[in-house]
Design a protein around this ligand. Structure first.
Ligand code: GSH
Length: 313
């Protein structure tokens, strides 16, 4: 991670732990907001106006949080307005790296080799992890935001006429229900798998493990009579669930020891996953090779770096 703008030690996936061995995630630090007129909205500085070609999104295809933002970009028709760069899937000892791995890019916008260079370009004294997703402003030469939940909402409503308006990922009438279900899915499933995978005590692992499968069971039940989580309308909550489901059998079941069941053992979740996969352009945001290679390159969990061949999909 970066400490006062300097890269320190080797990259470690372990972000932090409490006294019981529970995994703790770092809070995102850049929280500015893009809006049609550039006026300050809920957070951050003034002056990030929605303009075609001005913003650049850095992602890893292995990363579920980054993939949320890629999905929102596609669904909101912002592909031409917001450019993207993809880092290589395998973690290096200096974190995410740009390069020539198939499906990855060089950094044409900032000419960086490692993602952490972009954090220090924005803030020469930054202390924290150099995470994806990261939304960069080419005009002001700084980071707009590095929190995927914010970026998804910005893509939904911050780009005005540049975005597709036939799809509203956060309809006003569902706002509080979406927030409540997002919280449950985040805690028990999206981050639950990480809490299981990075636990450093048996008790913390088991606590997370049962959260994960309790949530999957509850979602299987919820989907009995619905196309999407809130009925016929696809919302941001579907995006947030999809990114975890699509990684589950190929990564979390193995490397994070979430192995009571696979998603493919849940008939309705499997149908739901296929349904979303076939929604226009969503499949383009998924790269199973990057997902497997990325997770299985986490040395503390897999010292040999061997990537499993299966499962058959
Ligand atoms: N709160 C962030 C979390 C992002 C995050 O943890 N990204 C991971 C990849 S899945 C990362 O870049 N980790 C690098 C590191 O921790 O050094 C978000 O949702 O945007």
């Amino acid at each position: 991670m970066l400490v006062n703008g300097k890269w320190t030690a080797d990259w470690q996936p372990l972000q932090g732990h409490d006294a019981q061995g529970r995994f703790l995630r770092q809070a995102s630090q850049f929280r500015n907001w893009i809006s049609p007129g550039g006026q300050r909205t809920s957070a951050g500085e003034h002056g990030f106006a929605a303009e075609r070609g001005r913003y650049h999104l850095y992602v890893a295809l292995t990363c579920p949080w980054a993939s949320r933002t890629l999905m929102a970009r596609k669904l909101k028709g912002l592909g031409a307005a917001i450019s993207v760069a993809v880092v290589e899937p395998a973690m290096t000892d200096q974190g995410w790296r740009f390069g020539d791995y198939p499906g990855a890019n060089r950094d044409d916008v900032n000419g960086a080799t490692y993602l952490h260079e972009i954090y220090t370009k924005a803030d020469a004294t930054y202390t924290g992890r150099a995470t994806v997703p990261l939304l960069w402003d080419k005009h002001r030469q700084t980071i707009v935001n590095n929190e995927s939940a914010d970026i998804v909402r910005m893509m939904n409503s911050g780009f005005g006429a540049l975005a597709e308006d036939s799809l509203d990922l956060y309809p006003v009438d569902l706002g509080s229900e979406i927030d409540a279900l997002n919280d449950q899915i985040y805690e028990r499933l999206n981050n639950g798998v990480y809490r299981a995978g990075f636990a450093t005590s048996q008790a913390a692992y088991q606590e997370a493990f049962w959260d994960v499968f309790g949530m999957l069971d509850a979602l299987e039940d919820r989907l009995k009579d619905r196309t999407f989580l809130f009925g016929d309308r696809l919302t941001e909550t579907d995006i947030r669930l999809f990114v975890t489901l699509v990684r589950f059998d190929v990564a979390y079941h193995g490397i994070f020891k979430c192995n009571l069941r696979r998603v493919s053992d849940y008939p309705l979740l499997t149908k739901y996953l296929r349904r979303l996969w076939s929604v226009d352009k969503i499949a383009e945001t998924v790269n199973i090779d990057h997902i497997k290679r990325g997770y299985y390159s986490i040395k503390v969990l897999n010292p040999t770096g061997i990537v499993p061949v299966g499962p058959a999909l």
